[in-house]
Design a protein around this ligand. Structure first.
Ligand code: TYD
Length: 213
């Protein structure tokens, strides 16, 4: 069976974790060994880094933020992603390197090139086979996520910042159609799931033929 690394990305509240769970369930039912994971914070050290980034009012510079997200990613790749892929498992991640390109590189103006370079160092060049971008108006997503007081340090940023994040995802996806799939996240979860399966070559029609990513 083909090893896959699929990542879900998008603005806050776009339904990434639901899609990760749905895809994991479908693939597992087909007999695949699936690992689900997320960023930031999927490892023990990553959980500490996540706290620094999201739960503490530290006023980190965008560059510091980028280093920390990438430190979390290095550990994540080392402890979770690489071992699972090497063992022939399918890995599904809620966020990965594109979040750094978009949140830090594009929306925080650190620069996309620098974000890509740091990502390459952090991941050792381990890129996903497919990144699904769940596109949504961030005003809708932030509302879905609940009250302002409960928001983390990044969710608290201005709507204008989150609009830039959305544009960043779309900008990137347009330039990488072979590895990115953009879906309208206003659609029901089941419809989105079906669209993901189609792209992976696992939808009804494709399954009979070649299919794939
Ligand atoms: P999380 O609570 O996981 O949010 P979500 O449910 O939206 O995924 O918080 C992750 C936050 O960190 C989110 O606001 C996006 C941000 N982030 C970055 O800015 N850069 C990154 O590289 C990553 C992985 C996340």
């Amino acid at each position: 069976m083909k090893t896959r690394f699929v990542v879900f990305e998008g603005v806050e509240g776009s339904g990434k974790s639901t899609q990760v769970q749905m895809l994991a369930a479908t693939l597992a039912a087909r007999g695949e060994d699936v690992v689900t994971t997320f960023e930031p914070g999927a490892t023990k050290s990553g959980a500490v880094i996540r706290e620094l980034l999201l739960d503490m009012p530290l006023s980190l510079t965008p560059m510091t933020e980028m280093f920390l997200f990438c430190a979390d990613r290095t550990q994540h790749v080392h402890e979770v992603v690489r071992p699972a892929l090497d063992a022939g498992k399918t890995v599904l991640s809620d966020r990965y390197e594109l979040s750094t390109v978009v949140y830090q590189g594009y929306a925080s103006a650190v620069g996309v090139d620098l974000a890509e370079r740091l990502n390459d160092l952090a991941t050792g060049g381990l890129h996903p086979d497919l990144t699904v971008v769940l596109d949504l108006d961030p005003a809708v997503g932030l509302n879905r996520n609940g009250a302002h007081e409960r928001r983390d340090q990044i969710e608290r940023r201005t709507l204008e910042f989150h609009q830039r994040v959305r544009r960043g995802f779309l900008w990137w996806a347009e330039r990488h159609p072979e590895t990115c799939l953009v879906l309208d996240a206003l659609q029901p979860p089941e419809v989105l799931h079906e669209q993901v399966l189609q792209r992976l070559g696992l939808g009804g029609a494709e399954e009979a033929g070649e299919g794939g990513l």
